[in-house]
Write a protein that binds this ligand. Structure first.
Ligand code: XUL
Ligand code: CO
Length: 433
């Protein structure tokens, strides 16, 4: 016990009329929505890095947080894990996520890193066995340490590629041992700062081989979770190769991995790429590679990845609508890849950030579910494409230009445009959200 959260009660569902801030108003884990418990729809996860490891720095300022578990020793790492599970007990969320560096102190070499990680895996595994949340995903931090400054898998130096491969192997082992539902790769340094020193063809070959080896190793150890790639267009690199869903899908196809790897889609990354969150989810679903989400929000003025907790029900409703339309999460879930503002110093800030975000997501998902249940939006969408059911329309999809031209002439086809009814559908949407 760290006692860090000692004055904060376990958060329970009390409904919209709750009189305390320390209650869920909309997230009732047991509420049945579309035939499934809300907890099983949303599959919330707390991110170890933002909530327990991040010290409140920004590009202009040092740490603002003074958590008792900050430090470089194994004792500190264990205290951090104790605090994590105290926080998890208060929130009652079903999952968490971590990078290797979030849970272990940095060693002097690969062997010591591995020893530290595996000792912490044992420690965390005991806490999970005692009734804590499950692991949604594990990952390797291949971007903070100075060795990764020119990339991990795409580094010009083969020894860095080797160190990255060895590190991902141990992180996959750790994730497997903790029963993780997924393993994530986010390539913050897999990109470039300047084309003047970059060989794009060479780096793509390295990245393709690296990901293929990850998939091979997953099968070798019998890890049955999903391998997920997390797109992001830039920051920290000027340009990142995993730019967005479309770019990653093209990369997966090029290396024959589209049946093996799915995507972890983050709200803030979608915005940075010039898309909406729901676009990225819908596109991944349409390509059969939707996996999981990192739920957060960007500040729309600042133009960088601010990783704030979500606060907008209409925004998250659009994301959950696409997720539900795709059949809901399978191995994935809602990971709060979100951090406090650096002035939010207190233990209660950390708890209330999650409570609010969980309520926002619950409201959004329930609104989206009501729209699915109503069915009018999907009926309107289907009606818009209904012409394609006709045999002559289907024949065109296997046809050729000359045959189609002949038919247009023979039948005097001269199409009349039809309304897309956007505002009518927006009005429908707003009746539910
Ligand atoms: C960075 C980011 C990461 C990944 C995991 O923008 O989203 O936290 O989710 O490495
Ligand atoms: Co993320």
């Amino acid at each position: 016990m760290t006692g860090y959260f000692q004055d904060i009660p376990a958060i329970a569902y009390q409904g919209p009329g709750a009189e305390t801030d320390f209650a869920f108003r909309h997230y009732d884990p047991d509420e049945m929505v579309l035939g499934k418990r809300l907890e099983d729809h949303l599959r919330f996860a707390v991110a170890w890095w933002h909530s327990l490891a991040w010290p409140g720095t920004d590009p202009f300022g040092g740490p603002t947080f003074q958590r008792p578990w900050f430090g470089d020793s194994m004792d500190h790492a264990r205290m951090k894990a104790d605090a994590a599970f105290e926080m998890f007990r208060i929130l009652g969320q079903p999952f968490f996520c971590f990078h290797d560096v979030d849970v272990r102190p940095e060693g002097s070499d690969f062997a010591e890193n591995t020893r530290n990680l595996m000792a912490m895996v044992d420690y965390i595994g005991e806490k999970m066995a005692a009734g804590g949340p499950k692991l949604l995903w594990g990952t390797a931090n291949l971007f903070t340490h100075r060795r990764w400054m020119a990339g991990a898998a795409t580094n010009p130096a083969p020894d860095v590629f080797a160190f990255a491969a060895a590190t991902v192997k141990t992180c996959l082992d750790a994730t497997h041992r903790l029963g993780g539902a997924n393993y994530v790769l986010w390539g913050g340094r897999e990109g470039y700062e300047t084309l003047l020193n970059t060989d794009l063809a060479q780096e793509a070959q390295q990245a393709g081989r690296f990901l293929s080896m990850v998939v091979d190793y997953k099968h070798r150890i019998g890890f049955d979770g999903a391998i997920l790639v997390e797109p992001k267009p830039q920051e920290p690199s000027k340009h990142q190769y995993d730019y967005d869903v479309a770019t990653v899908f093209g990369f997966l196809q090029r290396f024959g991995l589209e049946g093996e790897v799915r995507l972890n889609i983050e709200q803030g990354h979608a915005i940075l790429a010039g898309h909406s969150f729901e676009h990225e989810i819908a596109l991944a679903a349409s390509l059969g590679v939707f996996g999981s989400v990192d739920m957060n929000r960007n500040d729309y003025q600042s133009g960088w990845d601010t990783d704030q907790f979500p606060d907008s029900v209409p925004e998250v409703a659009k994301a959950y609508y696409e997720i539900l339309r795709a059949g809901g999460f399978t191995t994935g879930g809602t990971n709060f890849d979100a951090k406090l503002r650096r002035q939010s110093l207190d233990a209660e800030d950390l708890i209330l950030a999650h409570v609010g975000a969980m309520d926002v997501c619950a409201r959004g998902l329930k609104a989206a579910a009501a729209l699915i249940e109503d069915g009018s939006l999907e009926a309107a969408r289907a009606a818009r494409y209904a012409g394609w059911d006709a045999p002559e329309a289907q024949a065109m999809l296997k046809g050729d230009l000359a045959a189609i031209a002949g038919r247009v002439e023979a039948e005097g086809i001269n199409p009349e445009p039809r309304s897309g009814r956007q505002e009518r559908l927006e009005n429908l949407w707003n009746r539910f959200v």
